[in-house]
Design a protein around this ligand. Structure first.
Ligand SMILES: [Zn+2]
Length: 631
């Protein structure tokens, strides 16, 4: 069953009546929000708000659950300097004792507006998504949720904000937020609802470039807005511009419609900001290395970033699981459907990466082989933690360390779901005798007229019903089996049904070598079971693999290999030499303050995952990878 718009409204109204604690501050006048980012290079952003209020008790919220981050990670610790005034006099506030994001105050009689000022101080840490470092000497990304308070008692879609932004002199900017006027470095935005505001970040910088990536004949404007730490970093090649234009064209063919007025890829290139991608309905906030456009290795490493975030405009923003769509930012999210929200986005994003030319078909298959291996023998944690629990526990797993990820599991609902959605695609093919594919599902589930950035929520049953319209099948049974499995094997049915199989050889795939070099690490997961930094520090030791059995764990440091000083190449050569030697591998390992020798009796040589064709089966993968648009 598909929830109609009127049903959605009833649900939202009910949740407002039942859950919202206060009905104060109901004035329809917009809340004035003035953000001063002129000191962004000094890592401090100033906010001044003028909020219409009524006398009496008032509760103010700082956004806690951040859309797209699926976690209560609003950076409250960096919101400082809070002062509230009425008619020039201080109004005292008190933080809620149970919720750190909630402030209580008493509005004096006769007061119609509050003056609220506070600062957002930029952290230096490059972890934590949008709450991580967001400003450098030359650029800033303004995530409005960090610079806003809102009154309890109203839904985010009903609170109207009139925002303005002051930038350092001479900086340029990009955003999906409609601009009303600009006077030098002062930008006035049109009034919008709080959820539109929070969904429309601004990137700005001294070195800034706007690249039009609207394909010929496409009526909706698309652009890449690049802020970088240097002029040279903005130099996107014409070939790469063409690939991103292809990406826009391919998305149009895949979904058949769009649900935005125009689209801004906000791309921030700096080694001093957090690196991640965060989706929005009419833009994305993607941040990566300064040289990502001009260094071929880094460019390849970020190939899937923009396609993934772009797909979210349909899958995640237009269509979103109901439990991931709370009506205001203090209400918790339930994240059990992230295998669709993120997993299907990952599958479609990878397909669009290849169809647009950002990857070759070989690179797509190399990536698929890596996923098949990593979430199989590289993830013994799958024997205790089913995939669904990685989604249920997303709010803690996003912030888990890399160490022990093989046994803990991480946010595996991204990549393991690629295998599941590939299998869905092959089942649709089988059930319809080759007449339909997941592309048809995309046009059905994400279709409908473009009414701008609308939200249409769905449930598990809605998803199953839509798939049944494309190809009748026991989809609920299929998903439950895949999501609840504790088998040690990754689900490879999709790879096999599309005419390929996973094998291991001693030859390292180029994509894997590229990733190792970019991340300065060495991946011997499928031989001795270790991932190490280039200095020998153990990132992960796969439980029950030879190195783990020999006593090696994450955090230890390999110092020598067969008595020779460790380098990545020395270790690789020793593993290879083991195939023709009876001698075990001897690693001298530093564990805290103590050295110990670990003896690994392994003679299998280096092992890397590849896909090879299965004779006699048609190549469905080749069919899926064919571009849909003329390039
Ligand atoms: Zn995503």
């Amino acid at each position: 069953m598909t929830i109609s718009r009127s049903r959605v409204l009833i649900v939202l109204l009910l949740s407002m009546l039942i859950r919202v604690p206060s009905l104060k501050a109901q004035s329809q006048s917009p809340i004035i929000l003035e953000v001063d980012a002129t000191q962004a290079p000094q890592k401090i952003i100033h906010t001044h708000m003028i909020m219409p209020v009524s006398p009496g008790p008032l509760t103010l919220y700082y956004p806690k659950w951040i859309p797209g981050e699926h976690a209560p990670d609003g950076p409250i610790v960096n919101m400082v300097g809070l002062k509230v005034k009425a008619n020039g006099k201080i109004v005292p506030w008190r933080r809620d004792l149970l919720d750190m994001f909630t402030f209580h105050l008493d509005v004096p009689q006769g007061v119609k507006t509050l003056d609220i000022t506070f600062d957002y101080v930029e952290p230096e840490v490059t972890s934590g998504f949008s709450a991580g470092a967001s400003a450098t000497d030359k650029l800033v990304v303004i995530s409005w949720n960090q610079n806003v308070l809102y009154p309890a008692g109203r839904l985010a879609q009903d609170l109207i904000y009139k925002a303005s932004l002051k930038l350092p002199e001479g900086w340029k900017f990009g955003t999906a937020l409609p601009v009303e006027s600009q006077n030098g470095n002062q930008i006035e935005f049109k009034p919008v609802s709080l959820n539109r505001l929070v969904d429309s970040p601004v990137s700005a910088g001294e070195y800034y470039r706007v690249i039009n990536v609207t394909p010929p004949g496409e009526p909706i404007h698309h652009e890449i807005d690049i802020a970088a730490d240097s002029e040279a970093a903005l130099n996107m090649s014409p070939e790469l511009q063409k690939d991103y234009t292809n990406l826009v064209a391919e998305s149009g063919k895949l979904f058949g419609t769009r649900h935005y007025r125009d689209y801004h890829f906000l791309l921030t290139l700096s080694n001093h900001v957090a690196h991640f991608g965060l989706e929005h309905h009419e833009s994305d906030d993607s941040r990566t290395n300064e040289l990502a456009l001009i260094d071929p290795q880094q460019r390849l490493n970020m190939a899937m970033l923009l396609p993934h975030e772009f797909v979210h405009s349909w899958n995640g923003k237009f269509r979103r699981p109901k439990d991931l769509s709370p009506p205001y930012y203090e209400e918790p999210m339930k994240t059990d459907m992230l295998w669709v929200y993120e997993g299907l986005t990952e599958y479609l994003g990878d397909l669009l990466t290849e169809r647009s030319g950002l990857w070759t078909p070989d690179q797509y298959r190399e990536n698929l082989a890596l996923i098949a291996a990593r979430y199989g023998s590289g993830r013994p944690g799958r024997t205790w933690r089913p995939l669904i629990d990685t989604a249920d526990a997303a709010q803690i797993l996003y912030f888990a360390p890399n160490q022990w990820v093989n046994w803990r599991r991480g946010v595996d609902f991204y990549d393991e779901s690629v295998l599941i959605w590939l299998e869905v695609n092959t089942i649709i093919n089988q059930q319809t005798h080759g007449k339909k594919s997941l592309d048809d599902f995309c046009r059905l589930f994400y279709g409908g007229p473009n009414e701008g950035p609308q939200l249409k929520t769905y449930t598990f049953q809605d998803l199953v019903n839509a798939l049944n319209q494309i190809a009748p099948y026991d989809w609920a049974g299929f998903f439950h089996k895949r999501l609840e499995s504790t088998s040690p094997e990754a689900p490879l049915g999709g790879i096999e049904a599309s005419g390929w199989k996973l094998v291991f050889t001693s030859e390292e795939p180029a994509l894997m070598r590229n990733s190792e070099e970019v991340h300065e690490e060495i991946d011997e997961t499928y031989s001795i079971g270790l991932i190490l930094k280039n200095d020998g520090t153990v990132e992960d030791s796969i439980v029950n693999k030879p190195a783990y059995e020999a006593g090696i764990s994450p955090g230890m440091k390999v110092v020598t290999v067969n008595n020779r000083q460790f380098t990545p190449e020395v270790l690789r050569q020793a593993i290879r030499a083991g195939t023709t030697s009876k001698e075990p591998l001897r690693l001298l390992v530093l564990n805290d303050d103590y050295y110990k020798t670990c003896t690994i009796d392994y003679h299998g040589g280096e092992r890397f995952p590849h896909l090879v064709r299965e004779a006699g089966r048609p190549d469905l993968l080749d069919q899926m990878l064919k571009p849909l648009a003329a390039h």
